[in-house]
Design a binder for this molecule. Structure first.
Ligand code: MSP
Length: 483
């Protein structure tokens, strides 16, 4: 942690409120939370933005199904999302709602900028629209029977006059930028996908709808509402005060990391940067696309109804255990299968056995053999390399970062096994006994620090046990074994 203090701005997608959060959304928010906590710990001025995408047609349809007025529906659901994130302990600095006046004003201001550039024109649109994706589809993107492969529904045919954004004008600039900035789109396989889309398939995009009465009214034509993706992307601006608080905006933009799911990279890696180029702003430093979770091989989706609510999981497991499992088990960027059986295995082996027992045993022995007092000041050789942990986090390699920390856990367990403090105590070898236990104590302190971004609650509890003047074992195990 030698680098000087910097700013760090990280975002998640804004989530549709046509249902409650599931494990997939939780994962995207979790990753942003880990990065935010890491940067705060490093001393960076950190801003973590998340929120809800409320102007979508799919929200209107869900409200109808529930028999609720749309505004009331989005208010309720947005609160549910916010409260779920709070309950899970996510450390966001701002929860942006795209129906807020602030966001609407920011979107209008940005729209006007693009309009003034001459990048918006009126045209006729006829095409297929999938409400599930909130996106137009070409025939080739559909299954043989003409359905959206993700939502298993036939798209609507839409024919109307729309305003278009001249996305194709930015084709060459986008390709050039992507080539010059390999860190811009990660992981690499997504970059390749985006490049091929921009080169071969990208067309101008319709950014207004006449047939809707929910959404942000276009400042240049009040018969039109803004296309939901155009306004949704602008949450990354409105969330840091665009058009309201220029000091804050200028401090945090460009975003350092934007976390997105792999299904929305076209919007984030082509449309969004082109919008920014058009309006004259810098592009985000990195857009990182993570993979999808399946449950028993099936895509999790609100539309398919097989979602796992993270709050249900926390009835059985502390959320830190879920955090550990997701970060350790799934390579960030790849797809992964979520299985409760695996969660339980990891919980029992890595958390209850390895870490939990270590803490219990070590503090127990320190209490019993040394009256709760150890030398806290000796600089021992390190049992794992914190610089490796940090380098892994910077590269979004959370599993490897945790593996490195667990080297410390294993080392300390082995050190106890090898040196058998209970025998040293019996034979009266005080000096050796004290040295063994203070070494273990110092590894525990390092583990607690290193765990802060990953398992904040556990790190805090550990830190509390370890900072006691007279050390004593926790009255309850950190991670009681599950049968
Ligand atoms: N509202 C848009 C995003 C606008 S951002 C300007 C949207 N919302 S969403 O709620 O459908 O999905 C948002 C994100 O949730 C995905 O990009 C992804 O990060 C996460 N996930 C949703 N389903 C997922 C899985 N099955 N697995 C993992 N994460 C997924 O798209």
């Amino acid at each position: 942690m030698t680098e000087s203090k910097r700013k760090f701005y990280i975002t998640t997608p804004v989530y549709y409120v046509n249902g409650v959060p599931h494990i997939g959304h939780t994962y995207a928010t979790l990753v942003a939370d880990v990065m935010a906590r890491y940067h705060r710990q490093k001393g960076d001025e950190t801003y973590f933005l998340t929120g809800t995408d409320e102007n979508a047609q799919k929200n209107v349809e869900s409200a109808k199904k529930e028999g609720k007025p749309i505004q009331e529906y989005v208010n309720d659901l947005s609160s549910t999302w916010r409260e779920t994130w709070l309950e899970l302990g996510f450390s966001f600095d701002r929860f942006i709602r795209t129906t807020s006046t602030e966001h609407k004003n920011a979107s209008v201001e940005f729209f006007n900028k693009v309009y003034e550039t001459g990048d918006i024109y009126l045209g006729e649109y006829e095409g297929l629209y999938c409400v599930g994706c909130e996106s137009f589809k070409t025939e080739t993107e559909l299954t043989d029977d003409g359905k959206c492969p993700d939502h298993k529904k036939k798209p609507d045919t839409i024919k109307e006059q729309n305003y278009f954004f001249k996305l194709t004008k930015y084709r060459d600039r986008l390709l050039e930028y992507i080539e010059k900035h390999p860190e811009f789109i990660q992981p690499e396989k997504r970059r390749n996908e985006v490049v091929s889309y921009i080169k071969d398939f990208m067309t101008d995009v319709s950014i207004s709808r006449q047939s809707m009465d929910w959404g942000i009214t276009l400042p240049i034509d009040d018969k039109h509402k803004m296309y939901v993706w155009f306004d949704a992307l602008l949450n990354y601006f409105s969330g840091i005060g665009y058009g309201q608080d220029e000091i804050k905006f200028n401090k945090f933009w460009p975003a350092d990391v934007q976390i997105v799911g792999k299904e929305i990279i076209k919007f984030h890696c082509a449309m969004w940067p082109a919008m920014l180029m058009s309006a004259g702003y810098e592009l985000p430093r990195t857009i990182f696309a993570h993979g999808h979770f399946t449950i028993d091989g099936q895509k999790i989706s609100k539309s398919l109804g097989n979602a796992i609510n993270p709050l249900d999981l926390t009835e059985e497991y502390p959320f830190d255990a879920v955090r550990y499992f997701l970060l350790r088990e799934i390579t960030f960027g790849d797809d992964g299968d979520f299985s409760i059986t695996r969660l339980k295995e990891r919980y029992n082996s890595d958390l209850a056995n390895d870490l939990g027992n270590l803490v219990q045993r070590a503090l127990n022995m320190i209490g019993q053999y040394c009256d709760g007092v150890v030398d806290k000041n000796t600089d021992f050789d390190k049992a794992f390399d914190i610089n490796v942990v940090h380098a892994r986090i910077e590269k979004f390699e959370f599993g490897q970062a945790l593996e490195e920390i667990w080297k410390g856990v294993s080392w300390a367990n082995k050190h106890i096994e090898d040196n058998k403090p209970w025998e040293l105590n019996k034979s009266g070898e005080r000096k050796k006994l004290e040295e063994v236990l203070s070494r273990v104590y110092s590894v525990l302190t390092d583990i607690s620090n290193a765990l802060t971004p990953f398992m904040p609650e556990t790190a805090e509890r550990l830190e509390k046990f370890l900072s006691a003047e007279q050390l004593a074992p926790p009255s309850e195990p950190l991670f009681p074994r599950k049968q």
